[in-house]
Ligand binder design. Sequence first.
Ligand code: ADP
Ligand code: MG
Length: 292
Amino acid sequence: YPFSMEDMLDVKRVGSGISGEVYRMVHNPSSIAIAAKKMLWQHDTWEEQRRVLMDLEVMNSQHSPFIVEYYGSAIVKNEVWVFMELMATCLDRLLKRLKGPIPERIIGKMCVSIVKALDYLKRAHKVIHRDVKPSNILIDVNGNVKLCDFGISGRLVDSKAFTRGAGAAAYMAPERINMSHDSKGYDVRADVWSLGISLVEMATGSAPYKFNEFSSEFDLLTHIVQAPPPLLDEDKFSPNFYDFVAQCLCKDVDERPQYDKLLLHPLIKEYEEKPVDVGEWFSEMCSTHGIP
Ligand code: ADP
Ligand code: MG
């Protein structure tokens, strides 16, 4: 890939998370603004480098309108830089700026994109996302919603569920908590649960499980396993939306639907057809709430 760090201008940090830091930069030769995520090697071994390069290869083969486009990467000393499409912001930041919920009709439209992205990863590439949460759902200036951070970020920093840190625990499916120490058989339906938790957060403006409301991560995880799932208020949302979320949040993984079934759900059917202008809503939010 024709990307080298020397070609990058106007580097500005736009975000930081558990797995790295994200910068906005301009690729000087093409004058295109892009995003770059900086990550660190865990162990600087030859096998690890080979595995990461293979992951980058996988990322290079994902082409979907619902997935953030990958442009290439650069390895500089102990850093891996992943260059990608620049988006306006993520849903986590958007929610923080709104200080309240996203309207149901907007979430319905966003939900179609997210489910199609997850289905695409699984069906076309046998990739399971493993870190579905509002900060990994991005929106561009035109209101297109796309998924990011699959594959590479998981491989680079996290080999066990519990090393992901506080942010990820709140979205973790009950069956993942129960089997967290044997890594076999991660099922796509754990991502469906995380999607359900994310949808509740978008619809209510507040995460159903908040890390700081528990005395430890263990308490939070115990609560997820023991408490009933955090369903929406039936009076405030349409039956389709309520039911979609309830299905995503089936605690029993065997009863939770996979993507083929979710894609046939009346909510998805409804919003595939309904003309809802997410771009118009987003630019209105940008001007009234100062986003990003
Ligand atoms: P996390 O997902 O755990 O919050 P990340 O390091 O993956 O941490 O991302 C940090 C932040 O950078 C995200 O929350 C998002 O707001 C921003 N970001 C990530 N990728 C992009 C991108 N392609 N374009 C614009 N902003 C991005
Ligand atoms: Mg992320």
